[in-house]
Ligand binder design. Sequence first.
Ligand code: ZN
Length: 541
Amino acid sequence: MASPQTKQKKQIATVLRQVFGMEELRDGQRLVIESVLAGQDTLAVMPTGSGKSLCYQLPACLLDGVTVVVSPLISLMKDQAEKLEEAGIASAAQMNSSLSRSDEQAALEAIERADTDIIFCTPERLVTAEFLALLKQSRIALVVIDEAHCISQWGHDFRPAYLEIGAALDALGKPPLLALTATATDEVIADIRSQLGRSRMAVVNTGIYRPNLHYRVKQVTNPDEKYAAALQLVRDSEGVGIIYSATVKAAEEVHQLLLDAGESVTLYHGKLKASERSENQNLFMSGERRVMVATNAFGMGIDKSDTRFVIHLQVPANLEAYYQESGRAGRDGLDAECTLLYYHADKRLQQYFLIKHYPSADELRAVYDAAVALGQRSFTETELKSLVEQMPASQLKICLKMLKDGKLLKRDRKLAYALAPADPKAEQFERMAQVYVDKHERDRDGLEQIVSYAQSGYCRWKLLLDYFGDSPPGFEHCCRCDNCLSPPSIQESPPPLEQITPAPSPELALDLDRADGYTQTPALPPTAAIHSISPSPAEFR
Ligand SMILES: [Zn+2]
């Protein structure tokens, strides 16, 4: 008699060969798939290009019931659902706002008939009461959260709708869970576990080191020099590449510069019309344009595996964002160049983005008082909104989540809110607000760390691995980055990034003229949602 493990290994091998036409799993994939099939809640931290999707597609073929995949981008789910159907791997339904009424109806009916193996949805859709009610009629084998770092308030592209996933999973009766992400620090991992209410979630971390990525930083002393350097890099590079800009303005300028220089180039940012964005994306994906100039609105879920270079025109918000964006190069495993153009004044641009409005103790109190004033046993977010009209919806969502975490509000299985029996004191609101004061502090630290990275003379990979707590014992040099190839001076092991960080400037003296000139990317009202720099949330739905 074969043991259950042997039987399972055989099943995996058979499905892998017959359905996916592959002979072998990579080590990381095998660990994740075995953990999922053992019914264990799993968080997989796997670098881009290491075959994350197979980690749920293969179990979906073996598990009894439907697999629900929560995905942040419509383009991403479209792409995955179509690939699955075309390859005959699984029948997939997708639920998002881009569907026509009749397509949506057809998808809903397929889900109702249990006629589908995999359901893709956005987090916004997952947390609606109607969709949850429909899902509750299905036998859910597994819920997959793609790009799970978006759940964490310490993750760099944090999105308020993700805050409600934990409550939605509870409403579904806590089905087994697989969370996938390309990067996560210990802090982000701890936060994902706590936001999802799965403290015992197994973590499979396959490491972030990708020796085919050659990192370098080019110091420039003014914007003209920077643009000239970008043009030169494009001319010197073979193959396709992406240039990331922190602002729409700089993206447009560099796009024009490259066009004038006769380069094959296209453009992507949140201010282009949706049709233009998708047209330009197709030009790049199909190879009709060699270079994509884009803001960070471009790239999540984009799989252009032969990307040979990624150039950053400015420092991004932190090293996680930098690793994720630069890591879109070389997904085919072949050599690729990741270059950061560092101009010291660009730091102020990111500092400007960091000036955001976080819920204060007074605002939390106002939302709580409004809930009391409603005088109802239970209420919805929409009902409450009418009493705090001046507060943007995203801010209200965050306040509600904080009040729930602070145990002043409860949520029922239909995701309606109710007051918890309590008589809160002022300190309680202060304590809750402190969470976001801390977050702001970390955002500032994150920026200091990437500035340190840019100015450091140590091996770039060593710095990245140390940042992610992923440095193998004895790792000192990648032997391929700029600092390894031409060391600035003899240096020993780097101190942790915090220690070489200059103290954060006491209070940001913001030069508004300067900042206005720069900040074309986000429409940045003082109450912009936390970390939703671009794309705008509407773009996701
Ligand atoms: Zn190195």
